[in-house]
Design a protein around this ligand. Structure first.
Ligand code: OAD
Length: 334
């Protein structure tokens, strides 16, 4: 665990300001790194990340699995991996609990999450203080006609790794959970909520590589002079460039422990986390199941067969979905 140098502030100073009440409007921004300890691999870590693991699928590029124009004709890989990435029986981490504790203490102004697992909500972060910037698994619709699709059938599809199709015989589009795919707009509230960043008196960025716009731009909207804390395995975005930045490089849960210790909340946080984990009920329908690697092996064979008959189509796609669009969600903002 190291903090970067050349900084005019540090964790101790920020903690003291929180304790004295001079920091009360904390805005959090989270990514996949706060959920890896719960058992969901992140996207871009070199070997353990999902995108590295997808190589056997020979997708046009890894993000294609979450790209709407690809899903439209090839939804199978998304569903083949859905169960292994579904948060069904996974428990919130200490980092999720810390966010909920901030909310409980009236210190969390807002939480922007790029995660679709809903674990911050399971930990107790109020939904009115959360924006699931990339959507979540709570509801699902036909991606073509937008008809709703029943929860129970969706759960079965996820459990079986099969693509669910629209119940309207005349449509038969693939059903998609309400997660935001590349090429789809962010939730309508995004533009309104991002204004809260300029009003923050502390920004806490955790577990994200800040590679996907427009969310990656949020930390830049923090006013100069307002501290920003990054808790992540590596530096990301422009965090560390301002004198008031503090970078705690390492595991999110360790960084959170360090911050909690400075705040004098260590025991309270551990106790709170325990109750949060115990409170989340398991869903028997999603117990067990194949690992992510097993799912990938299984679908790889199917994909190779499919690519034999559609190489021309694949080439067309590769041209069309050039990588400049791969890391941009929806219309460009900010
Ligand atoms: P990434 O996989 O891009 O980045 C995760 C970051 O967390 C990396 O910097 C890791 O080093 C770090 N990390 C992983 N485990 C950690 C741990 N236990 N403690 C501390 N740091 C850890 O994930 P995101 O930034 O969330 O979007 O990705 C953003 C978006 O890209 C996702 O929402 C998803 C993806 O494509 C869509 O699919 C639309």
């Amino acid at each position: 665990m190291t903090s970067t140098d050349k900084q005019s502030t540090d964790l101790k100073t920020i903690a003291a300001r929180i304790k004295s009440g001079s920091i009360t409007r904390i805005v959090a921004l989270t990514g996949a790194g706060i959920s890896t300890a719960a058992g969901i691999p992140d996207f871009r870590s070199p070997t353990s990340g999902l995108y590295a693991k997808l190589a056997p699928l020979r997708l046009p590029y890894p993000e294609a699995i979450f790209t709407i124009s690809y899903f439209t004709h090839t939804p199978e890989p998304f569903y083949a991996l859905a169960r292994a990435r579904h948060p069904g029986n996974l428990k919130p981490t200490l980092s999720h609990a810390f966010l909920a504790l901030l909310a409980k203490k009236g210190l969390l102004q807002f939480c922007f999450t790029q995660n679709i697992d809903g674990l911050e909500c399971d930990a107790g972060v109020p939904s009115e203080k959360t924006l699931w910037c990339h959507g979540n698994w709570k509801n699902q619709h036909c991606h073509k006609c937008h008809a709703e699709y029943p929860d129970e059938l969706m759960k079965k599809a996820v459990r079986d790794g099969e693509v669910p199709y629209c119940l309207d015989e005349g449509c038969k589009g693939a059903v998609k959970p309400d997660v935001v795919f590349f090429g789809q707009p962010l939730p309508a509230e995004y533009e309104e909520k991002e204004k809260l960043v300029a009003d923050a008196d502390l920004m806490l960025v955790m577990g994200t590589s800040l590679k996907v716009a427009p969310v990656s731009q949020l930390p830049r909207k923090v006013r100069e002079g307002v501290p920003r804390i990054l808790i992540n395995r590596e530096r990301s975005g422009d965090l560390g460039n301002r004198p008031d930045d503090v970078c705690i490089l390492g595991a999110c849960d360790d960084g959170v422990k360090e911050l909690a210790e400075e705040l004098g909340w260590t025991e309270e946080l551990e106790e709170f986390w325990k109750t949060v984990v115990e409170a989340k009920e398991d869903d028997p329908a999603l117990e067990g199941g194949p690992s992510l690697d097993e799912c990938i092996q299984k679908i790889a064979g199917h994909m190779n067969e499919k690519s034999k008959i559609s190489n021309g189509h694949k080439r067309m796609l590769e041209d069309h979905l050039s990588s400049k669009f791969a890391n941009l969600l929806g219309p460009k903002r900010g």
